[in-house]
Design a protein around this ligand. Structure first.
Ligand code: GLN
Length: 203
């Protein structure tokens, strides 16, 4: 059975571990290169992508993660994790020393950070994910504003408002899955189950 890891540098990695545990799937925290080598698949949690970027580079994990993704390792990113899996960030954070936020990449898409507004604009919304209707929580959520031909759209916003209609909030490219929203904070395990199936070659 594939051994799933959760990148545990920053953000709500504990909620992802709990969701996987509820599904009876052993998952381990990944904070070092050694721990990365022990896993077959990686979940990248929500949090703050510029911090995950900075810490992963400080810990020497960014390059090995990029290499594993390029080598076909299944990965799932939620919210900040979606940003980390994007090949391009429309509005990257720029730190005081002028360094531009980077991502691991892997999914041929451009994401816009905080595309639905600020923390106070966080919202819950029901949407379709692969034939299932589920509750999705958006917290300073990104949006895929452009996708390449190899990217499959799994969920879009339907009729929350005309301005938001059709916005892309879940995508898949090969073994890589990304959602703008946070399934780990609701009771729903549908997306984690989908990712588990994907790691087994069943999705
Ligand atoms: N806006 C955050 C970022 O840019 C993501 C927020 C989240 O993960 N809830 O990383």
């Amino acid at each position: 059975m594939p051994n799933i890891g959760v990148l545990a540098l920053q953000g709500d990695f504990r909620e992802h571990l709990a969701s996987l545990e509820r599904l009876g799937e052993p998952a381990q925290m990944v904070r070092t290169i050694q721990e990365l080598a022990q896993v077959d698949a990686l979940v990248i949690p929500g949090g703050e992508s510029s911090v995950i970027d900075r810490l992963s580079r400080n810990y020497g994990l960014a390059e090995p993660i990029k290499e594993r993704i390029a080598g076909g390792m299944p990965a799932y990113g939620s919210c900040a994790g979606m940003i980390m899996l994007a090949d391009r960030i429309e509005n990257p954070a720029i730190s005081r020393d002028g360094a531009v936020q980077q991502s691991f990449g892997g999914i041929d898409m451009t994401v816009k950070r905080n595309a639905f507004g600020r923390q106070v604009d966080s919202f819950e919304y029901r949407l379709d994910f692969n034939g299932q209707n589920l509750e999705a929580v958006f917290i300073r959520a990104p949006e895929a504003v452009q996708i390449g031909p190899g990217v499959q759209v799994i969920s879009t916003v339907q009729a929350r408002s005309e301005r938001e209609q059709g916005r892309i909030v879940a995508v898949r490219q090969g073994n890589l899955l990304a959602t703008s929203f946070h399934p780990e904070v609701t009771g729903s395990t549908a997306i984690h189950q989908y990712f588990i199936n994907l790691t087994r070659g069943d999705a």
